[in-house]
Design a protein around this ligand. Structure first.
Ligand code: GDP
Ligand code: MG
Length: 336
């Protein structure tokens, strides 16, 4: 997963980049392991097994060009990401909702220009030779353009899976997942938890954080953190809070495998069938799939071990069409 961090000068991009990674001073790209609390709990049950965490690649981008400088080059670069984090400086009184509105509008303006070019290219093609396929594409782009003009980001437009496949090639910006990270500075940390700054829409999420303070806390040894967190009324770590939101913002869920010597987390799109999930572990598991043995993370924690869970009949047997839930622990039976 490539995650690009953008925003205006001084918003706290580099501060956030350093909260999310252990990047050395001066670097602006870093691959960082995701801190998953559930994975840590599983490793307490199986201390002898190796843990394999998810990894995200973070890019600390230069600030957005300001003062009427051309933006298209900068935005073209954003197209290469899987998700964009837009950092908002809220600690000088900026209205975060206004900031979100402006950036969303910028994304739509860029898409409109892509749409206009693509539509006129298609018109030219259609004049030369009409095909049903080209006509359908043309109709689709016209429909999308109308909705974008009406102020809708492409991620909110109703599209069939075939339509989604077709538009992927355009890398539309308002189709991307965007996480708005609102830097509240030293303002009351209650604002992180009271929901007043939290938005949750389809592939658009906002998460408050306190840049300077939470960077300092992330740099304290784990044993000493609790005291500071209590003092500042922080219930979680910014890295974990934001990573959970990132996964949700991408429309993904996490499942786990507990193997002979490894505990591992995996990302899949929500609403994925277990057959496909098996395929993300290994293509042989999808090909030779027999059944899945499933238990939720909460149930496993309650009973304490997989062995006990099996004895109590808490491990369910599921067929290939089972829809994997966030937090499921899967064991795939397959023939090779
Ligand atoms: N007071 C205060 N300053 C902050 C906070 N977060 C970042 N800063 C400061 O704002 C300045 C710009 O932050 P930086 O992360 O480099 O912003 P960037 O330009 O977006 O990369 C730095 O001096 C930071 O120390 C915060 O929560 N409170
Ligand atoms: Mg910076």
């Amino acid at each position: 997963m490539k995650i690009y961090i953008t925003g205006s000068q001084g918003a706290g991009k580099t501060t956030l980049f350093r909260i999310l990674t252990s990047a050395v001073e001066g670097s602006n790209i870093w691959i960082s392991e995701v801190n998953d609390g559930r994975l840590n709990s599983l490793s307490k049950i199986y201390p002898e097994k190796k843990i394999t965490k998810l990894k995200f690649e973070y890019h600390d981008l230069p600030p957005l060009p300001e003062g009427g400088k051309p933006l298209s080059h900068y935005f073209d670069n954003l197209k290469l990401s899987d998700l964009v984090i837009f950092v908002i400086k809220n600690f000088n009184g900026d209205d975060p909702f206004q900031n979100i509105k402006s950036f969303e509008e910028e994304l739509r303006i860029m898409d409109l220009s892509t749409l206009e070019t693509s539509i006129s290219n298609l018109e030219r093609d259609l004049k030369k030779a009409k095909t049903q396929e080209k006509e359908r594409e043309y109709e689709l782009l016209i429909r999308i353009k109308r909705e974008v003009e009406d102020g809708k980001p492409i991620r909110e437009i109703q599209l069939t899976s075939d339509e989604v496949k077709f538009i992927r090639g355009f890398a539309f910006l308002s189709f991307k997942s965007v996480l708005y990270a609102i830097n509240i500075g030293e303002d009351k940390t209650e604002k992180i938890y009271d929901g007043s700054l939290s938005i949750k829409k389809k592939r658009l999420i906002s998460v408050p954080f306190s840049g300077k303070l939470e960077l300092e806390i992330s740099q304290i040894e784990p044993e000493g953190r609790e005291e500071f967190m209590k003092e500042w009324k922080l219930r979680d770590l910014a890295k974990e809070r934001i990573e959970i939101a990132l996964v949700e913002c991408m429309g993904m869920i996490t499942f786990y495998t507990v193997g002979k010597d490894e505990i591992r987390s995996w990302l899949i799109p929500s609403e994925t069938k277990v057959l496909k999930a098996a395929g993300t572990i290994h293509s042989d598991m999808e090909k030779g799939f027999i059944r899945a043995e499933v238990i939720s993370f909460e149930e496993l924690m309650k009973i304490g071990s997989l062995k006990e869970a099996k004895e109590h009949g808490l491990v369910r047997i599921e067929g290939k069409d089972y829809i994997v839930k966030d937090g499921d622990i899967l064991y795939i039976r397959f023939t090779s």
